[in-house]
Design a protein around this ligand. Structure first.
Ligand SMILES: [Cu+2]
Length: 95
């Protein structure tokens, strides 16, 4: 029984590790200096989700950062930065 549990764990681990590869999911951090109050992320989030296949957007107001998860085959980090810029928030992609 212990062996089976180990095997199941390994399979689950392998699946978790390989998932991002075929889904082409990428996460980037955008530096958004113009993000100064709690309302800013709402506007930025709206702009980001208009970009094709953005899956997740998290914000750190303190660091003035947006952490965005998207499908790498559908869009790019520079397209995301462009979208926030068009919404009034110029952004730089963190390396
Ligand atoms: Cu604001």
């Amino acid at each position: 029984m212990k062996k089976l549990t180990t095997l199941t764990t390994l399979i689950a681990l392998a699946a978790a590790l390989s998932a991002p590869a075929w889904a082409a999911t990428k996460t980037v951090t955008l530096s958004v200096p113009g993000m100064t109050c709690a309302a800013c992320p709402i506007t930025i989030k709206k702009a980001l989700f208009k970009v094709a296949d953005v899956q997740k957007a998290e914000f750190s107001l303190g660091k003035r950062e947006a952490i965005v998860t998207f499908d790498d085959t559908k869009t790019s980090a520079s397209a995301l930065a462009k979208a926030t810029e068009n919404a009034g928030y110029p952004a730089a992609v963190r390396p």
